[in-house]
Design a protein around this ligand. Sequence first.
Ligand code: PRP
Ligand code: URA
Length: 227
Amino acid sequence: MRRGGGGVRARVEVTRHPAAAAALAVLRDREADVAAFAAALDRLARVLAVEALADLPLVPGEVETPMAPARVERVAAGAVVLLPILRAGLGLLPAFRALVPEAAVAMVGVVRDERAQAVPYLDHVPPVGSGQRVYVLDPMLATGGSASVALGRLRERGAEGGQVTLVVAIAVEEGIAAADRALPGVRVVAGAIDPGMDAHKYIVPGLGDAGDRLFGFAPAHVREVTR
Ligand code: PRP
Ligand code: URA
């Protein structure tokens, strides 16, 4: 995990795991079809989940093995909330649920309009208790408008930055800064940080439109990001 913040207050961690690099190679490839894209996003999500969830607090317990009592540790009931930003955040959700099956799943629906402004359309975010950890899931952090909607909802419902991790496949510094304004001190775990965005606010080189590619609406072999 490489740490850095680009001058903003957000705590930023970028995975260096080889499996993440290999998954990103598929995700960035315009020739990858919907099945290859979805499978690669799930592989990347597994790496990000292991790294993002490494800070989970545990509570002690005890079980009886077939041989003797054993001290164990568990994730506290109700301690974890996963919050995918619809649509594309759904691609990261199964990997996180596999590691913390007891987690509650909140949801926010946000879509960028033709001017890349974030337009919310679904809000299913419960109050956040001080002992909870929240993991906001979205493959792309571009302008940060969509993430800011989700982080703003969490802030309204009681969350503080130290409790919240934003997990993304690819980020740019502008998006990280916007996320930190929406919820100061938020932690960001990313697969990669790219240099910038084009005039339409698509990440360059990025991977194109994550939701369209994940759900099969991207025209094959079309550079939709630059039209
Ligand atoms: C994409 C992506 C992020 C958002 C990032 O969603 O999944 O949510 O753009 O861009 P931003 O940082 O500039 O807000 P999109 O609006 O395409 O919706 P979708 O997930 O339904 O495809
Ligand atoms: N949303 C995407 O899906 N891709 C980008 O590059 C930027 C925002």
